[in-house]
Design a protein around this ligand. Sequence first.
Ligand code: SF4
Length: 393
Amino acid sequence: MTSTIAYDFEKELDLVLERCNAAVRETAVPTRETLPDGFTGTLGHFPVYFPEEIAHAAGLLPVNLLGGGNRLEMKHADARMGSFVCSICRSTTELGLNGSLEGMAGFITHPICDAAKHLAGIWARNLPDQVSQILYLPQNVNTPGAVRYIAAEYQRLRGVLEAKTGRTVSDDALRASIRAYNTNRDLLRQLYRLRSEEPWKVSCTEAYLLLRARTRMPCEEHTALLGRALDAIHHRAVPAQDKPRVVFVGGFCEQPPLEMLEAIDESCYVVDDDLLVGLRWLTADVPEAGDPIWALAESYVERSAASPVQHDARKSKEDYLVQMLREARADGAILTAAKFCEPGLDDQLAWSKHLDEIGIPYLVLEFEEKMTSFEQMAMQVETFAESLLFALA
Ligand code: SF4
């Protein structure tokens, strides 16, 4: 009887992961015919953080555009940007130019770095049917006017989407979207907590697939899948192995290939990470009463995560990494950066210098979404894991 129950939970988790995997591997956006119920179109947005609630309330399915992975053939984008630009910028542009994102209502990017900022101009010139905008999130959130400024920027976005869809985005619709996303973020927090407490029950790759699936499906469908997955993971009967606990940082924008995460899982328990941190940016519920735009803006400033692309004096790059390490009871850190990613490489340097000073072991890795060879990286991770275990013995 016990084994039948265990088998059923394992099968349930497999089914959920299969659906997530299929969603994650999808590069094209849904067409009018294949859009989920309740949506009239799609809105693409670039990492790191985007207030998806505003698109959701406008009836547009938010799609987080994360480049083309390691299977996309580049034919057009290289003619529009320099070879020193990071891969996610080039491959996202390629998807726009090769027709994979045809029919999107628009594309919103952010001034997180020079490369991302210039995407909006390239998009506007090459895909004139789509709205192409920069959402100007503030460089400095520590000024008294930051919340007012963000609220004005969100109102501007609301107006742009109303004009594009011909539909009013009411406060009530926004509150309903905030409620849906609060539920979703709460489950994501549960997933991360569970992995930190019992990392042998859910690998980094599995947790990542469960998280990333939200970039390609309605928040409500994702919430239902997460609920099923959490239930199954809780019931999973997997013995703990002798692996060190590590945190993984550097995955806030361009995404490492799945094979890289699998290679890390082989030797380490990843007990916290910043992968797709924009989906988990708001760290507590957004208030569901009052002015919804103000509530979203205030949450961005007061209840939010940290990343190399946001400058907040309350969250120094060194401090938030050390806090992650302490809270996750990690034995060491894997400090990654995407190739050509200026903010990521800057922080990688600052992190490694600080960890040297305070004596916390770390491994530095560089990745690119289009990498295809992982043997050497797997050996580096294995050696790092053995050194951590040796130090713990
Ligand atoms: S990966 Fe780095 S350089 Fe590229 S868009 Fe993202 S933040 Fe900018």
